[in-house]
Write a protein that binds this ligand. Structure first.
Ligand code: IVH
Length: 701
């Protein structure tokens, strides 16, 4: 047994505290202070220490987030208070019925004629219960059958938005005063059981499935199944690798906190450091709740996670007590569900779509069907392996789902509806567009057309090039791109910038005015950030995130072009696959010419070269933009300070801006700054920078 020296204990405690704080900033405030690489470095050091001195590995240590030794099986545990389900309302009348029922029940005992509700999104994930003793997470369980659940503590500890230790705001590090303020502070109870939903964001789900598709692994049908599968791993290291997060929405058993309302309990949970969903609205009348349902329904598709309705809860706890519970659900809450995003239909045929990188994707042509308000007539079948795995045949009745902006999917075949007339499908041996032979990529499930000048690929590459996150050429839609390629007017990216008004005006459904609009949009798009430029090239395995990481690392196009594979690979977040693909792309003679033609054709790639050096750099002559609310001073005061130090203050963010100072509730300026790669600093950094400059310039604050 190694003896512990004081220095090591101190180092471990500091690392634990700092990692916890950075985790909170990243996952709860969405405002990281350090890079992922720095976080990982600290985590590795802490792991090293805890491995050498296991007594330092406390249950709330952030190292618990990387997973523990695999289990043989899950233990079960009885919930101290059953985890009930919810009754459903499928339309407005059913919700109003619920309201009248509730009112009647209460009126029989109390003279009350109004009920206020807290409404919450109904998250489509997995319900869990987290038990905290003296502020430390000691157990996590699944809902199970509501009475008994499985113990999944190690797995839940890996979810970075789950606090391993909770505390009251006054005991926690102050972070720009962003922690919620409460009129009175609620001390931590000895026992606190918190309930919530573990989810996977839609985008993370797509990426997870994409990676599984490439590895030839079976796909998850939806984010909910992916979350369930990830939580039920006996090896918590696997769970740690999955992008799970949590929203909490209720309390089970607890000692000594006297809440008066559900909304108050949510506020207190937030003050303890739990993630509470920002779309929750408190103390609404039934009419306001109905109104809010419509708003949520509108927002549904654009939310980063899946929700399948709105939960309506009586806010006053004294009223909840009067109402009580039935056998499986409480009388004080109801789930007002959205229209299903699932439907059954028939596969009329299977077509092949050729993608940007030549991948042949089988697509089911469906008997058109309404799925959650949208008519769906096509759904992706991913690849041959998926068709085999699900045993999909032409003529089959199938279940189709649509989730947000995600492409509709066939989830399963309804075998009981088979007539025997269904036909098996086989992938073609030639590209359906250019007819050249196809190839199955080694170790991948994909079949590809390897003819780089295949028109189908060109069309997709151009569509990607002009898309919103790339060159963002307004008005240059898919149909128009297809016509331009079909008529031979666009053979490569650079041809877009050579288009003439007459050519555009001669296309279907185009006139002089729309042709001019497209020319204007092309002109506007010529100046582009490095991130967008990289993304627009459409390199394999290089999405917006990878493009952004590459841009921040290399800063200029020239640097990127002369970068080595190793330099790309060491960027945190860029794997060897992406590094290899980018390097190979940039060293292919055809692509070198393609980039040269773009630059010669007048495309300007903006440099990303502003690194804030907060403490020592003089801010004289630098351009600042202020946004959001500052806590320590008014904006006018901030402006005066900056001007005294010789800096300029502008009203809006542009590529000329040096720093954006983002206070609380910063809005569109912040997104603009992020997009243009402008350095964003928070109030704390801002105060530091002006104080340092005040000393430099002998200006007194
Ligand atoms: S409250 C007694 N709130 O819906 C109250 N549940 O059908 C029961 N769910 O098992 C839970 N979002 O998994 C509540 N905002 C929310 C919810 C929510 C999703 C799930 C939860 C529960 C199921 C009940």
């Amino acid at each position: 047994m190694t003896t512990l020296d004081n220095k090591i204990v101190k180092e471990a405690q500091l690392l634990q505290k700092e990692l916890t704080r950075h985790n909170y900033r990243y996952h709860l405030l969405d405002d990281p202070e350090i890079s992922d690489a720095e976080y990982d470095k600290m985590m590795l050091r802490l792991l090293e220490i805890e491995e050498a001195y296991p007594s330092l590995s406390t249950p709330d240590s952030p190292t618990k987030r990387v997973g523990a030794a695999p289990l043989e099986s899950f233990e079960t545990a009885k919930h101290s208070i059953p985890m009930l389900g919810l009754d459903n309302a499928f339309n407005e009348d059913e919700l109003i019925d619920f309201h009248h029922r509730t009112l009647k029940f209460i009126e029989a005992q109390k003279n009350i004629n109004e009920i206020l509700y807290t409404v919450e999104p109904k998250f489509d994930g997995i319900a869990v219960e987290l038990t905290y003793e003296n502020g430390i997470l000691i157990r996590a369980t699944t809902r199970g059958d509501g009475v008994t659940g499985e113990v999944i503590t190690e797995n839940v500890r890996t979810i970075r938005s789950v606090p391993l230790r909770i505390s009251t705001p006054s005991n926690r590090y102050k972070i720009n005063n962003r922690d919620p303020l409460l009129e009175k502070e609620f001390p931590l109870p000895e026992l606190l059981e918190v309930r919530g939903e573990v989810i996977i964001n839609k985008k993370d789900f797509e990426n997870l499935n994409k990676a599984r598709l490439e590895k030839g692994e079976s796909l998850f049908a939806n984010p909910r199944n992916a979350a369930a599968g990830s939580l039920r791993q006996l090896d918590s290291k696997i769970t740690a690798s999955r992008p799970l997060s949590i929203f909490v929405y209720g309390i089970g058993d607890q000692s000594n906190i006297q809440f008066t309302s559900h909304s108050e309990s949510l506020k207190v949970l937030k003050s303890y450091g739990f993630p509470i969903n920002p779309l929750i609205r408190t103390r609404l009348t039934i009419d306001q709740a109905i109104q809010y349902y419509r708003e949520l329904e509108q927002k549904r598709d654009s939310l980063p996670y899946e929700i399948d309705g709105m939960v309506v809860k009586v806010d006053d706890l004294s009223l909840q007590n009067i109402l009580g519970v039935k056998s499986r659900s409480p009388r004080w809450a109801i789930a007002y569900k959205f229209q299903a995003i699932e439907a059954t239909t028939v596969i009329k045929d299977i077509a092949i779509q050729v993608g940007r990188t030549g991948t042949l994707t089988p697509v089911a042509l469906l008997e058109p069907v309404n799925v959650g308000g949208v008519t769906v007539s096509r759904a992706t079948l991913h690849n041959e392996d998926e068709i085999d795995r699900k045993d999909i045949r032409i003529g089959d009745s199938v279940v189709v789902v649509r989730a947000g902006d995600v492409i509709p999917k066939v989830v399963k075949v309804i075998e009981s509806k088979r007539t025997g007339m269904e036909k098996n499908f086989f992938m073609p041996t030639n590209c359906p567009v250019c007819k050249s032979p196809v190839k199955r990529v080694q170790d991948e499930a994909a079949i590809k057309c390897i003819n780089a000048s295949c028109d189908a690929q060109l069309k997709e590459r151009i569509k990607h090039f002009v898309s919103k996150s790339a060159f963002d050429v307004d008005g240059l839609g898919k149909k128009l791109v297809e016509q331009l390629v079909d008529r031979g007017m666009v053979k490569s990216f650079a041809d877009l910038f050579k288009l003439e008004k007459e050519q555009l005006a001669s296309m279907e459904r185009m006139g002089d005015k729309s042709a001019q609009n497209i020319l204007n949009a092309l002109e506007k798009s010529r100046t582009i950030t490095l991130k967008r430029f990289i993304y627009a090239l459409g390199v394999d395995h290089t999405g917006e995130n990878a493009a952004s990481l590459l841009a921040s690392q290399f800063k200029t196009l020239d640097n990127l072009l002369s970068g080595t594979k190793e330099e790309m690979e060491i960027i945190d977040g860029i794997g060897p696959k992406t590094a290899g693909a980018v390097f190979d792309f940039l060293h292919n003679p055809d692509n070198i010419l393609l980039i040269k033609n773009l630059i010669d054709g007048g495309v300007t790639v903006l440099q990303l070269d502003r690194e804030p050096n907060l403490e020592s750099n003089s801010i004289k002559g630098k351009i600042f933009v202020l946004t959001g609310t500052l806590e320590s001073m008014t904006r006018t005061e901030a402006k005066e300070l900056l001007e005294k130090a010789g800096a300029k203050v502008a009203g809006s963010v542009s590529s000329k801006t040096d720093y954006l100072v983002a206070g609380e509730s910063a809005g569109s300026k912040l997104s603009k700054a992020r997009e243009l790669g402008v350095s964003v600093i928070d109030e704390e950094a801002f105060v530091k920078i002006v104080s340092a400059n005040a000393i430099l310039n002998k200006v007194f604050l």
